[in-house]
Design a binder for this molecule. Structure first.
Ligand code: MD3
Ligand code: FE
Length: 219
């Protein structure tokens, strides 16, 4: 039975935790809340082996966001460019294996948004202090744009900038809270996006930080 037929038969409203932003772009409000303890334990374990660090862009700017990775591949940036690498350049070791709870959440969230079989090789962990931001960019270092990107937000709230396909296109501002998951796929996969500077605040679990996990199928 299709979801639509089910909805018609039972006269159901669509679930209020699901917000469609554009074709292929879906916010799943609070989707990660049941997994928060496991996710935070995973972030602790991963960053004990692969510490958060501030990468330098090819243009020579140090990013305000601190990053680490888990999975077979990790996203790195330096003066030579952006790329995915199996080795953490800071430790010389492979990135820590992806915690089972991370992989399960990515698979479940992608499925809930209509993308089956999402098995990402990479999870970029972004840590934002107050005032940290991510300027407008496209995620295009992956070879396979048929798969979505799944983003999980923890801690302090943020405002996502959700743009179009040209840098100059106007951007919607999407408020994002602790536990929200966003799936960006299909025709929205290559939209420009960013994160506004994090406002001062204290989150009951994470204090003065925001953590974002982005899951990517790289190749
Ligand atoms: C992808 N991180 O790491 S995804 C990144 O809050 C990144 O740290 C965000 O962008 C963060 O590359 C979370 C935000 C996002 C928004 C719109 C998109 C990703 C998107 C549209 C298309 C593809
Ligand atoms: Fe991005």
């Amino acid at each position: 039975m299709t979801a639509d037929l089910f909805a018609d038969l039972f006269n159901e409203a669509p679930p209020d935790w699901r917000e469609d932003l554009a074709p292929g772009a879906v916010v799943l409000r609070g989707f990660a809340l049941p997994m928060v303890p496991a996710l935070l334990a995973g972030v602790e374990a991963v960053t004990a082996s692969a510490p958060f660090r501030h990468l330098v862009t090819p243009g020579g700017q140090t990013m305000s966001v601190a990053m680490s990775n888990t999975g077979a591949l990790g996203w790195v940036s330096d003066r030579r460019g952006y790329r995915y690498d199996a080795t953490d350049p800071q430790t010389g070791r492979p990135w820590p294996a992806m915690p089972a709870a991370f992989a399960q959440l990515a698979l479940d969230a992608a499925h809930a948004a209509g993308f089956d079989g999402f098995t990402p090789q990479a999870c970029l962990i972004n840590r934002y202090a107050i005032g940290a931001r991510l300027s407008l960019h496209q995620d295009k270092d992956e070879l396979d744009y048929d798969h979505p990107i799944v983003s999980v937000s923890l801690g302090l709230p943020a405002v996502f900038l959700f743009g179009g396909f040209e840098r100059s296109d106007r951007q919607a501002r999407i408020p994002i809270a602790h536990g929200d998951v966003v799936v960006w796929g299909g025709p929205s996969r290559l939209r420009y996006h960013g994160v506004q500077p994090i406002k001062p605040g204290v989150h009951p679990l994470l204090g003065d930080v925001r953590i974002n996990l982005t899951f990517r199928k790289v190749r």
